[in-house]
Design a protein around this ligand. Structure first.
Ligand SMILES: [Mg+2]
Length: 228
């Protein structure tokens, strides 16, 4: 039966069914790992924001994730519910533009994953897609404006291509993280047209975007967490 199932999936070319990740009760650990990474890099993120913004990105995000670590239930297996709680917490504790943008991203991803206690490669794709749509709607931003989207959209594109061609979730995330880091490099080459950094105009060129940086940390942590 398993063999038939396997062949059926291969014939239908449904990618990565073997990859279904049982994350039950581990979603908290994943969120904690993201929080730890942000908190660990708080000063660096704040320094980046000092160059082109108002020097609060690391401090704000660290405060937000400290609160997430305290508020999200450690044994709730519902990935969507935990992400929704994360989004609401970030929305109410992170100031500036990042609070609403990250808050929306987590809440929209949470809607897609509501009721799920495991995550397939396709689930993750849909969650990333929803996060991007939420950020774009809330921030009225597109790729190429020196924002977190300059890492997130290329990462999503590469991830989608990889899983469509049958790559494992880990390989797809590895490629996505490379794209996200290239996105950071790309933000150094362009002027900001969104957010506080846009006040600097061309003087923002040469500086990497703090939001693209924290976003890349997030993806790298998810990748490392899934790799185990
Ligand atoms: Mg700021």
């Amino acid at each position: 039966m398993i063999v038939c199932y396997n062949i059926l999936y291969k014939v239908l070319n449904i990618p990565n069914w073997e990859d279904k990740l049982h994350m039950s009760t581990r979603i908290y650990d994943c969120l904690k790992a993201i929080g730890d990474k942000i908190i660990e890099n708080k000063d660096f993120l704040t320094d980046l924001d000092r160059e082109i913004g108002d020097a609060d990105h690391g401090v704000n995000m660290a405060r937000g994730f400290q609160s997430v670590i305290e508020k999200v239930s450690q044994d709730d297996p519902d990935i969507g519910a935990c992400l929704k709680k994360t989004g609401m917490t970030l929305l109410s504790t992170v100031g500036g533009a990042s609070g609403p943008l990250y808050g929306t991203a987590y809440m929209e991803a949470g809607k897609v994953l509501m009721g799920k206690d495991s995550l397939s490669a396709e689930d993750l794709k849909l969650a990333l897609e929803a996060a991007i749509a939420g950020i774009q709607k809330r921030g009225k931003a597109e790729k190429g404006e020196k924002t977190m989207l300059d890492s997130l959209i290329p990462a999503y594109d590469v991830y989608s291509e990889k899983i469509a061609s049958g790559a494992s979730i880990v390989d797809a995330l590895d490629a996505a993280c490379v794209a996200a880091n290239e996105g950071i490099e790309y933000t150094k080459t362009i002027a900001a047209t969104k957010g506080r950094a846009s006040y600097l105009g061309d003087r923002s060129i040469g500086h990497q975007d703090p939001g693209a940086t924290s976003l890349t940390y997030t993806l790298e942590t998810i990748r490392d967490f899934i790799k185990g």
